[in-house]
Design a protein around this ligand. Structure first.
Ligand SMILES: Cc1ncc(COP(=O)(O)O)c(C=O)c1O
Length: 391
């Protein structure tokens, strides 16, 4: 791999993964690994899902790419599906290429409409590798440190009853960019109380709610979307990762009201691969597979089982500090040794991810992972933890 730039900040562990199926990866010698992070949280219905692969083959034989003045019916059909699961019926969708772009697109739409200067977001939220949202300058953002205020309860963060909350300049805030379950922030879920307080203030100041569902969407947290754990109606929803099952497609969905407001503005956004039929056909099939196989419900059930079992292991072992999770979006926080545990798991065939700077392991398997594979993983994890405790 001499000629490859590997700039993502993580170690390159394998250079010859040549085959994949569901949660299994195989190297050229036939060794099997269980991918418990689904390729950076993307392969929602498993690597090389046959339904999705068949749709790709069929669509590329018909038409994969279009231009600025012609389209294909699959776009409209998929848009309707997206709007239904986001509860944005009568809204509109734009199909683009990455999670970063879906958030960027949503922010550009919101910024076109609002006349207020600031966007409110949480200190641990992540929005992408580039664009408007990757900047956090004081002229455009109010970053709320919801994890470090006087009313912060250990588990749920701020409840909105503190002096920090009262300092949020709501009258200047036009947009609330909300990640309903921090991903790079290591799986933390703001309390309903805090979100209700914020949304009430934002709405009463005619603000726009943009939700970043890149990681939390498409069944990952045991509902179609992370915002559905809260009693809120967003104006704009950015969707990525799991909707493409590894194919680079993302979607920004906007409400009917936002679409109406946008009509009166000079809003332009164009790139070569927007609203392409191939990506839309993938998204369509992923959503249909998840619906047909009841994978949202499965994510909730299996997630609860894993979280309960991990908590049992935690009770008996002080090296585990905290288990956080919703559905199949799970973090295991350790007091120490996270890198050692990751390596031990890897040498036993389990792929989990650890960000270099924290003692946290992430688990976000495909919603299709087989239960026996989870059981074997939990047993191996327990053994590794017990060995650490006893040495
Ligand atoms: C919460 C969140 N938003 C946005 C992104 C950016 O998505 P992408 O890497 O597909 O551009 C990521 C990527 O990890 C993410 O976790």
């Amino acid at each position: 791999m001499k000629h490859l730039i590997w700039s993502n900040g993580y170690n390159l562990e394998f250079t010859d993964i040549v085959k994949a199926e569901n949660c299994y990866l195989y190297d050229s010698k036939g060794n099997q690994y269980i991918d418990l992070e689904s390729g950076v949280w993307c392969t929602s219905v498993g690597h090389c899902n046959s339904r999705v692969n068949n749709v790709i083959k069929s669509q590329i034989n018909d038409i994969s790419h279009t231009g600025f003045c012609y389209s294909n019916p699959i776009l409209e059909n998929t848009a309707k599906k997206i709007l239904k699961i986001t509860n944005l019926n009568e809204g509109k969708c734009e199909f683009i290429c990455s999670g970063s772009e879906a958030v960027e697109y949503g922010m550009r739409v919101a910024k076109t409409i609002t006349e207020k200067p600031l966007t409110l977001t949480f200190s641990d939220s992540y929005f992408g590798a580039y664009g408007e949202a990757s900047k956090r300058d004081n002229d455009n953002w109010h970053i709320y440190n919801w994890l470090d205020c006087s009313c912060n309860t250990k588990q749920g963060g701020c409840t909105g009853e503190c002096s920090e909350f009262n300092k949020i300049p709501f009258e200047q805030i036009g947009i609330f960019l909300f990640e309903p379950g921090s991903s790079s922030g290591l799986v933390r879920f703001p309390s309903e109380k805090l979100i209700n307080r914020i949304i009430e203030k934002i709405k009463s100041n005619n603000g726009i709610i943009v939700v970043n569902e890149i990681t939390t969407g498409i069944g990952r947290t045991g509902k179609w979307f992370g915002f559905q754990h809260y009693n809120i109606e967003p104006d704009i929803v950015a969707i990525g990762k799991g909707v493409g099952n590894g194919y680079p497609i993302s979607i920004t969905a906007i409400s009917k009201t936002i679409a109406e407001l946008l009509k009166n503005k000079q809003f332009l956004y164009s790139q070569s691969h927007q609203n392409d039929p191939l990506g839309a056909s993938v998204a369509n099939e992923v959503i249909q597979t998840i619906a047909d196989d009841k994978l949202v419900e499965r994510s909730k059930k299996l997630g609860n089982k894993i979280i309960n079992r991990l908590n049992e292991i935690k009770e008996a072992n002080s090296v585990i500090k905290e288990i956080r999770g919703r559905g199949l979006m799970i973090a295991i926080e350790l007091t120490k040794h996270a890198e050692f545990i990751r390596k031990e798991l890897l040498s036993n065939g389990f792929i989990l991810v650890k960000r270099p700077d924290v003692e946290v392991l992430r688990m976000d398997p495909a919603l299709t992972i087989k239960e026996p594979d989870i059981d074997v993983f939990l047993e191996k994890f327990k053994q590794i933890i017990q060995n650490i405790e006893h040495n």
